[in-house]
Design a protein around this ligand. Sequence first.
Ligand code: NAP
Length: 236
Amino acid sequence: MITLQRRGWGAVMGHVLVTGATGGIGVALVGALVEAGHRVTAVGRDVGRLNVPGIEVDLAEPGTLAAAMGALEDARELGDVQALVHCAGISPVAAVADADPETWRRTLAVNVASAAELARLTLPALRRSHGHVIFVNAAPGMTGVARWSAFVASKAALHELADSLRDEEAAHGVRVTTIYPGPTATDLLGEVRNAFGRPYDPELCIRPQTLAAMIVWVLSAPADAYACELSVLPSH
Ligand SMILES: NC(=O)c1ccc[n+]([C@@H]2O[C@H](COP(=O)([O-])OP(=O)(O)OC[C@H]3O[C@@H](n4cnc5c(N)ncnc54)[C@H](OP(=O)(O)O)[C@@H]3O)[C@@H](O)[C@H]2O)c1
């Protein structure tokens, strides 16, 4: 059995599964985790190009994840997972009048259903390790946005998933944290701002490296307490 010896800040270093690891925030997060001494496995479509081990999956197809992750468990690669960070996300900009069923299906699958399925698959290990699940949500207070319904609906569901999971797993010692990042300088934000006809100045946004450092900080909390929600805003 793996038991974490949480003593002081930063005392825990372990095996962290990261989705969205090829994205703007995810690349910074993988770097920060590795620098902090964690072992990282990236979970996604194109993870072979990263400098960490990867599991090739399409998160738009949550029903395929068990087979991919199960193969790893057989190889004893998954049994020591101590944290899951779901950072993958898609962000289609379309009015309800224009969003087809496939837009809704993909958005809900990538942003929330795959998060639930990965949590389900890793819970045995997370319970053993008294581990941590982190869901990267939307900006603080992001609700009811015209032309963004699939995205905000998926993130509202991700919030509810986190709260339900936290309640269910507290007795097993599993921590669940939702991160609410304000505007963070990635290509995705540039595309979204462009679709909304809004200006994008990366200098006025959170640096992905700063957000990544905060996520690593959340993971490093000692035994007595942790941040169950964290809102992050740019200083400007
Ligand atoms: N940037 C911001 O301002 C901001 C603010 C608040 C919240 N967030 C959230 O932060 C997270 C990361 O955002 P980001 O700005 O870093 O976005 P990004 O650069 O577009 O990265 C998105 C990540 O999700 C992965 N992904 C998308 N569809 C996938 C699929 N079907 N299967 C597997 N992986 C898939 C992408 O993988 P591929 O490389 O394969 O496409 C990529 O690694 C998202 O959940 C986003 O909603 C971002």
